[in-house]
Design a protein. Sequence first.
Length: 294
Amino acid sequence: MSRSRQRQRQGPSAAPDAPRLDLEPDCARCFGLCCVAPAFAKSTDFALDKPAGTPCPHLQEDFACEIHARLREEGFRGCVVFDCLGAGQKVAQHTYGGRDWRQAPETAGEMFEVFGVMRELHELLRFLAEALTLPKARRVHDRVRAALDETEALTRAEPTTLLAVDVGAHRAGIAALLLEASELARAGVARPRNEHRGADLIGARLAGSDLRGANFRGAYLIGADLSGTDLRLADLTGADLRDADLRGADLSEALFLTSAQLTAARGDRATKLPRRLRPPVHWQRRAAQPPRPR
């Protein structure tokens, strides 16, 4: 799933005024870990089956992807959407000191497991950093910063320590803290009818709706029509936005929105995004299409 060494940066992963963390993928400093460590299942996201720990056939000797410029056309949409949040180069350059799994095959299995843990920790860092930029959540900032410092320290640990981390328990504790920050940020805006945590909204027609302060944590919005919606201060943590129509939507103050979610969705030049995020390249390339019938 590696992006090329010439991959263009999509803007800072942390919001303005957040701690300076290395959460941007830098494929030139990685060992193609996302092309090897995870398993692929042949589907609409991947053109082939690939077992975990086996290099993708498109991974080259220099760890670049030979079809990077054509991933969507070749049936690898899942690779386009994936964002390691800087976990790849952290494992490659810090945890393993720049020695790759081809040079040291005895480390390969361990390195691939460590990559999975590091990716989880970096995602938590990204959300914690954003929580520190929410003025209304100031009363929990001390706890958020403590959690961020603890998590960042874990990312600098030795492989054995990383593999001993109970990622599920660590994530659960931080998730509760992030929810508290979200509720404070949305206070006064959220409405009971906009409580959609974990909801099945696949294909839902919500175009033009006022969804300010809505809770979409973990919601399934696959193929949903969100065109022209007001999603300011909506919590989109973990929401599945694959093929969701975000054309003309206002996400300028959306909470915990990621570049991967945007890449999975459809938008246009009228879609308003937070300053920390840039529109995916494929949004620019899509030919103008009229709004879907409602």
